[in-house]
Design a binder for this molecule. Structure first.
Ligand code: ADP
Ligand code: MG
Length: 504
């Protein structure tokens, strides 16, 4: 059904169908678990992987007469997230009941914020390569409770319910339909995740389901999206389908790609896209209908009578604003400006706040570019190979800085530095002391090197002839001298002497 769609050019954001080009329009609803030790309306623990049903307060289990009590810390986390996305903070918000029946939802409703969310309009700049950022508008962030977990695969005859997750605070972060392709959707989630991790408001662990996305996809003809942007009138856009509960960047991309092609094929065959909720099957690589709009739940939202509207003070918000960390975009700009790095290197170094802090500790009072090269190539390379995070690095920023100091002072060569890095990595210790102990010292005394160069030239007259005829071959002498001095001679000094002595 789909093979008549030849290709999609990621740059042009266009899928070429049988009847002409189509464009993608995507909006994401991301559920981010609030980083908090306690739940949204109870003091029960949020610890992942605890014994089933061990972290359940009476109110989580919906025992009669139990009342929810708002967790101030979770509210602060949502506000902090809003500030991080440069969003409007609503000093007055309110909770609503979203009613539906499900075994892992003992209350029979989820407490959410439909009509008055705590955070309004914000924005995220999505990185699409060095120096290329696309602005995606965030429509709102609201606070809500997570549901529990039904377990159907433990017993052939019974299902089990684990209520540990019931009532855990979620932030639902809703984007405008400003995302234009699968790569951009994945990059949006990656950027959002990075910002949340910088803020410390969600750990971003997608495997545990702490960050998951509902992906809305529609297709339209070139020009329609611009018409929507100009008027904010959704009728210019195609009918969307929503793919539920995606917790992998790769699957998000695959699902969008498939779903867009499915809709195009349908439209080109004269059919219509029906608004519905779909699920992505990664094994088959396709989306399938979960429920249509007609089957959509009527949630019968109404204001939760157990909770007063949530009123917060501007001074309290200001207090949170005063503790905001430097966020990724600002950090990248500063790294480029202050350390003289490329955007690419700055982006690599700032992927995680801890990595950036490590780099700055190494770079301080040293050459920024040199520090960046060593941190990215040697340190990150080595950490990745062993599957370690920066916190588990066997070599500290001070130790790596020590190695760099020995290079800068000319005491050791780059090659020696790599050996020294290896030794410090495995055995620890002070780089300068290790270098001294092992006699790692390059000869920079040109008198000493000169003797070796002279001897080498005297012993190889044929090679001298060749080099004089073709100066490119002078490198042979440099190599020989470095070898003869056991790699201790400074390569720059050797090259200069060889060039001079051969009269090149
Ligand atoms: P609902 O609450 O019914 O899911 P919303 O209007 O809140 O509907 O939209 C949910 C998500 O769908 C938002 O992220 C929004 O950007 C996205 N969306 C809305 N219309 C479209 C469309 N035509 N194509 C793609 N995404 C869309
Ligand atoms: Mg939705």
């Amino acid at each position: 059904m789909l093979d008549h769609l030849a290709f999609r050019d990621p740059e042009a954001k266009v899928i070429h169908g049988a009847t002409g080009p189509w464009e993608l329009v995507i909006g994401l609803e991301v559920h981010a678990q609030v980083a908090s030790n306690a739940k949204l309306f109870s003091g029960a623990s949020t610890l992942f992987g605890a014994e089933p049903n061990s972290n359940v307060a009476f109110v989580d289990a919906a025992m009669p007469g139990m009342l929810p009590v708002i967790n101030e810390f979770c509210v602060a986390q949502a506000v902090r997230t809003g500030l991080g996305l440069k969003a409007e903070i609503n000093l007055r918000s309110a909770f609503d009941r979203k009613n539906y029946f499900y075994p892992d939802l003992p209350q029979g409703y989820q407490i959410s914020q439909l009509y008055h969310p705590i955070v309004g309009e914000g924005e995220i700049f999505v990185d699409m390569g060095p120096g290329v950022a696309r602005r995606v508008r965030v429509e709102r962030i609201h606070l809500e409770q997570d549901a529990g977990k039904s377990i159907h695969d433990m017993d052939p005859n019974m299902s089990f319910v684990d209520l540990n997750r019931t009532g855990v605070a979620l932030m639902e972060i809703v984007s405008r339909p400003d995302i234009r392709g699968p790569e951009e959707a994945a990059a949006y989630v990656a950027k959002l995740r990075q910002i949340l991790r910088y803020l410390g408001t969600c750990d971003g662990n997608m495997q545990n389901g702490n960050l998951r996305a509902d992906v809305n996809v529609s297709v339209c003809r070139p020009g329609d999206y611009e018409r929507y942007q100009a008027t904010q009138d959704f009728s210019h856009l195609g009918t969307r389908c929503e793919i539920k509960n995606m917790n992998s960047m790769r699957f998000i991309q695959q699902a969008i790609e498939y779903e867009a092609r499915r809709q195009i094929a349908l439209l080109e065959d004269g059919g219509k896209v029906v608004q519905e909720t779909r699920l992505y099957d990664p094994d088959k690589g396709e989306t399938r209908s979960m429920r249509s709009k007609e089957e959509a739940h009527d949630y019968r939202y109404f204001p939760c009578p157990d909770l007063l509207p949530l009123e917060i003070e501007q001074t309290w918000v200001d207090g949170i604003a005063a503790t905001m960390p430097e966020l990724p975009d600002a950090k990248v700009a500063r790294f480029v400006r202050d350390w003289g790095l490329s955007e690419y290197d700055a982006a690599v170094l700032t992927a995680e706040a801890e990595n950036a802090a490590f780099f700055e500790a190494v770079a301080t009072r040293r050459d920024g570019k040199m520090a960046a090269n060593w941190v990215i190539n040697e340190l990150f390379g080595r950490l990745n190979k062993q599957g370690l995070g920066i916190a588990a690095s066997p070599i500290s920023a001070a130790q790596l800085g020590g190695v760099l100091d020995l290079i800068s002072s000319g005491e050791i060569s780059g090659k020696m530095a790599k050996d020294l890095f290896e030794i410090v990595w495995t055995t620890g210790g002070d780089p300068a002391a290790i270098a001294a102990e092992r006699g790692m010292k390059q000869v920079t005394d040109s008198g000493e090197i000169e003797k070796v160069v002279d001897a080498m030239i005297a012993a190889n007259p044929a090679q001298v002839e060749k080099a004089r005829a073709n100066p490119k071959l002078a490198g042979w002498f440099t190599g020989q001298v470095l070898k003869a001095t056991g790699g201790k001679a400074n390569p720059a000094t050797v090259t200069a002497l060889v060039t001079q002595k051969l009269g090149l």
